[in-house]
Design a protein around this ligand. Structure first.
Ligand code: 5GP
Length: 197
């Protein structure tokens, strides 16, 4: 058992929550509202080699890195997990997450499927939630209306979405983001109901 695991078990407080779901499903919006309702939760900020979208802020939405800086962090073991998604690298910086869990915080990581699978190995007791779209047609509509991706990137994201949706049953909980408020309520219930266990 690692020091962190032992400490986590002894304290019985810190917790890791993994939120996964296809690009465009609305994870980001759900998370923003969840964080407004529960500022005591700690949201992990990922690093990525993707370029910032309009309005995205360094250190708030992501740490935007060059590929070489990202690869240096991989080599130094600075990621809890990382994965390539639609041509870019994404990773969860290790230190902040481990530190917060050690302090007894509930930490949320919003990551794609491969990263979620890696986390499962390192943190088998993490709570893993998968957000589903009402349909693939609706998902494509949502990605297109965002207007931030090229045709090529949209195609890659949609292809990846099918793979991810097929893996939804690997997760502890599946939530359909059809009605935003209902999906948000359901995430809250799942989080705070499992706190009693
Ligand atoms: P986007 O480019 O739309 O912000 O994110 C693309 C995908 O990368 C999303 O599915 C998002 O959840 C995932 N992602 C964001 N940060 C991380 C991370 O740190 N690790 C992994 N594995 N995936 C991430």
């Amino acid at each position: 058992m690692s020091d962190l695991k032992r400490e986590e078990t002894q304290m019985g407080m810190g917790k890791l929550i993994v939120l996964t779901g296809p690009s465009g499903v609305g994870k980001g919006t759900l998370l923003r509202s969840l964080m407004e309702r529960h500022p005591e939760l700690y949201l992990s900020i990922s690093a990525t080699t993707r370029s910032p979208r309009l309005g995205e802020v360094e250190g708030k939405d992501y740490y935007f890195l060059s590929r070489s800086a990202f690869e240096r962090m991989i080599a130094n073991g600075e990621f809890l997990e990382w994965a390539e998604f639609a041509g870019n690298l994404y990773g969860t910086p290790r230190t902040a997450v481990e530190e917060q869990i050690r302090r007894g915080q509930w930490v949320i990581v919003e990551i794609e499927l491969e990263g979620a699978r890696l986390i499962r190995k390192a943190f088998p007791e993490a709570l893993r939630i998968f957000i589903l779209p009402p349909s693939l047609v609706e998902l494509e509509y949502r990605i297109r209306s965002r207007g931030t991706e090229t045709e090529d990137a949209i195609a890659r994201r949609l292809h990846r979405a099918e793979v991810e949706i097929n893996a939804a049953t690997e997760f502890d909980i599946q939530i359909i983001n059809d009605d935003f408020e209902k999906a948000l309520d359901r995430i809250e219930t799942v989080l705070f109901a499992t706190a009693m266990c």
